[in-house]
Structures are given as structure tokens and as C-alpha cells.
Design a protein around this ligand. Sequence first.
Ligand code: SPD
Length: 360
Amino acid sequence: MHKSCLITLPFALMASSAIAQTVNVYNWSDYIAEDTIEQFEAQTGISVNYDVFDSNEIVEAKLLAGNSGYDVVVPSGFFLERQIPLGLFQPLDKSKLPNLANLDPEITARVAEHDPGNEYAVTYMWGTTGLGYDIGAVTERLGEDGPLESWDMLFDPEIAAKLADCGIAALDAPVEMVAIALNYLGLDPNSEDPADLEAAEELYASVRPYIRYFHSSQYISDLANGEVCLSVGYSGDVFIAVDRAAEADRGVEVTYVIPTEGASLWFDMMAIPADAPNPEAAHAFINFILEPEISAGITNYVWYANPNAAADAFVDPEILADPAIYPTEAVMANLFAPKARTPGYDRLLTRAWTRIKTGQ
Ligand code: SPD
């Protein structure tokens, strides 16, 4: 064989194996910019299989079953926290993640409460869970002086009854929805006391007749179309509804509020399953997301805050200055962070949540 062939063959093999690489990503729905995947594929030659979910419980079930086939998954911190000790993830190889240097140290410290030492996960985006509502329909029923910035719209039976005809939706997310109810009742949102759970269940029973459905993504289009007038929702998802309603220009105007009683604050975390088929490509994907322009591009498209300090220069100044997306210190002080639930409590919670949803 000619000497030059001996030199070039391994490079040819490397190039063809790079072209054949795939990364399998499992992320929340409506959570990435239109061109993020395309840019990653163009830059790395790795192709992306991209699946979406709308609930932490679904991701957890897939991870627990094993062989999910995913290389990168994005559970919220308060689920990841209990999944790490179960051995569901592999430690990150930080030498392959130079863009970790871009992260805001305050956020990194916060998420270390879920992932001590930040060994297994990197924050993707973060946000709050509050209320989205149709300004016209709700003010027509509650008046301009109604409790438009309060969880009373959901939890006060007299008020919720007035909104029943235009439609109330709630998330199908038991940990968070019960935490929100506990906080409204003045109880510890992370309480695992069965008596507190009972109190939350009673609160939901009192307004259950006025809640049209429990679903974690349907409210986006329903708020935008005027099919529901109030929904518990994830901040950026409600902003999608705001945008779609404005585009449709059919007289529906949607807004998002972080209620004065407080709202939940969460961090969605990129992690690599222990049995990921392609951890190398997973690291490349995570590192790519941490590039300042890429993080900013996602924030500018989905209206969720990113954890990337270096991205601020590329984030639309209007988004950066919006306290509903990047909450001020004062608002931050009023937010609570859900924590991982223990398996024993989880069983009680699941049963209570089924009773709440079915109204029994
Ligand atoms: N469409 C993206 C929704 C992201 C929601 N993350 C949920 C965090 C759980 N509280």
C-alpha cells in the first residue's frame, strides 16, 4: 500500500464515523429555537433525534424502565434530585464541557441543591409556574379590581365559579400543583405531612367543579384561542399563548402573572442517562447548548430564562428586563422551589392526585 494511504485511511474512517453519529435528545415540548438543532448538526456533523414530553413523570417512567435510548434528557431539578441516587445518570465528563465556564455561578450554586457538586447535570432553562389568563374574559367576569394577581382565581370557589363558563385549566403535575396549593394555604410547599396533603386535596375538591381539565400543554393553544380563560402554566408556555393570540388577532389578549402569594421556581436540567448509547455526542450537544449565542437564541424564541451569564449580551433586552421571565430579587424572594418527594409520600400523592382529577 502506498504510504499516503496508510496516513489518510484512519482519517477517512474517523470522518465517516463522525458523519454516522446520532444523538437522541428527549426534551420538553416547545422548548427549543427553530434553528438550534439544524445549527448543531451543521457544526458537528452529528444528527439529532429529537423527542418531546410534557411531564416529569413521563421522563421518570422511561428512565426507570431502562434502555430509553436517549443520550440527553431534561428532567426538572426536583425530579433529577431523586433520580441521581437511583443510578439513572452517568457523571458528566467536564473536560468535554468547556462552555460550563459560561454559566452564572449563582444558578450553578442553586441547582447544586438538586445535584451536589453539579456532577450529573447542567441547567438548560429555568422558569416559574404561575397563571395565564385571557384579560378580556377574566376582567369581564371579575372586574378590573378582581384578584387578577392572585391564586384566588383558581382556589377561591366563589371566584373560580365565575370563571367556570369561560374555562379553567390546570397542569397535570401532581408535585407542583400540590405544592402550589400548600403554599396558598400558608403551609410548607414541600411538606410531606399527610394532614397537609389532605388539606390540599380539600382545597382542590372545593374548586374541582370549576376546573375543565388537567393537562400540561394543551392550555397553550386553548388560552390563545379563547377556549379557556385561565390556566396554571409554565411561564414561557404562557408567553407562547400570548404571542399566538396576538398573531391570530381575534380579540384574545393573554397575560402571565406570578401571583402575589408566590409561585414555584424550577430548573430544567440536561443529564446523560447511565445507559446512553452515545455519551460522546451527548457531551457535544450539551456543550453546544451552552454557547452564548445558542442559549440566547433559545431564550429569545421560547421566553424562558437561561443559566448562561455569557448569553445575556445576546438576549433580547426586553426579555432580559421582563421580571416575569428574569424575576427581580423581590419577586425571587417570594418564589418557592419544589424538592424531590420520597417514594412513600409519592404513593400518597399519586392516589390523592387521582382523586382530585376524577373529582372523587
Ligand atoms: N414548554 C417547556 C416547558 C418547560 C417546563 N418545565 C417544567 C418544570 C416543572 N416545573
